[in-house]
Ligand binder design. Structure first.
Ligand code: ADP
Ligand code: MG
Length: 284
């Protein structure tokens, strides 16, 4: 069971190594990196490549650890008990009917090993990772309502992603294997572009990538454009039939690239860029 990248996903050597290391250690793989560097997609691709089902848990600021285990739907039970006919009252008696299983429960009791993605863990409050320590470590938890221990039949392959908005607790980090997805260098980026647009003219790709890395290199940008933004932009350039020449600047001249809204996402960055263009033109 080794992950080697896939036809849709470009995995660098060290990323493949990290995935396989986490699998060997049977520890969650904690993946950090700028937004849009393929963290979420990695879990999807590993699941597809290893032919394992994927269970996803997308974390929000309001998500609680308990929701990943199970929730007891007391309201439905009360309603059923008030409205129930004879058949319904049988249902009310069995509390199992009102336990809503969370992703961890589903992952633990699946018939075959699954890939479990806990996406954007840094969105939740600070207690969230700590509340899951034992479950992730021991792969078991207790359901008080039904008085049963839920244990993993098979250890799931766990991926945890973070955009680095919050620090994670040390006790949590200790239990993970860590990998930081570095922003792709030009060569890797070319492969990624090629995976998405195999038939794209190479002159257009070269010109667009040059503009892209130039924009990324601007000092003081609030939000640097990432892989997914480059891909969006290329898609637009093709759809709008933008000629390569309008991306290529003459020696030393900088201009605002067409459809720049795909790359720069706030007015400060936009005006920073325009200032640069303006200064550049005056200096000529
Ligand atoms: N290594 C890669 N190979 C192929 N596509 C990639 C890669 N990295 C990023 N992408 C593209 O960028 C998009 C955003 O990736 P995503 O996994 O959502 O990023 P993240 O979760 O890190 O914010 C993906 O849908 C994919 O199209
Ligand atoms: Mg993501």
């Amino acid at each position: 069971m080794k992950f080697q990248g896939s036809d849709n996903y470009v995995a660098t050597q060290d990323l493949m190594l990290a995935v396989n290391a986490a699998a060997t250690l049977q520890r969650p793989l904690l993946i950090k990196g700028e937004p849009g560097t393929g963290k979420t997609m990695l879990a999807e691709e590993v699941a597809a490549a290893l032919d394992m089902p994927l269970l996803q848990w997308h974390i929000k600021s309001t998500t609680k650890a308990q929701q990943g285990l199970y929730e007891y739907d007391a309201v439905s039970r009360l309603r059923d008990s008030q409205l129930a006919d004879i058949e319904g009252s049988e249902r009310v008696k069995d509390i199992h009917n009102y336990i809503v299983k969370g992703v961890l429960w589903q992952a633990f009791t699946a018939d075959a090993p699954v890939v479990l993605l806990i996406d954007e863990i840094d969105k939740a409050d600070i207690e969230f990772p700590n509340d899951l320590l034992r479950e992730i470590d021991r792969m078991e938890f207790y359901c008080y309502e039904t008085r049963e221990m839920v244990r993993a039949k098979h250890r799931p392959l766990v991926f945890i992603t973070s955009n680095n908005e919050k620090e994670l607790p040390d006790a949590f980090l200790r239990r993970c294997f860590f990998h930081y997805i570095k922003f792709p260098d030009a060569e890797t980026m070319r492969q990624i572009v090629n995976v998405h647009f195999p038939r794209l003219q190479s002159e257009l790709v070269n010109a667009a990538m040059k503009v892209f890395y130039d924009v990324r290199g601007l000092p003081g940008l609030k939000k640097k454009p990432s892989t997914s933004e480059l891909l969006d932009w290329l898609k637009l350039l093709v759809a709008e039939e933008i000629p390569v020449s309008s991306l290529q600047s003459e020696e030393g001249k900088v201009s605002v690239p067409p459809l720049v809204g795909a790359l720069l996402k706030n007015e400060q960055d936009m005006s920073l860029f325009e200032k640069l263009v303006f200064m550049n033109q005056r200096n000529r």
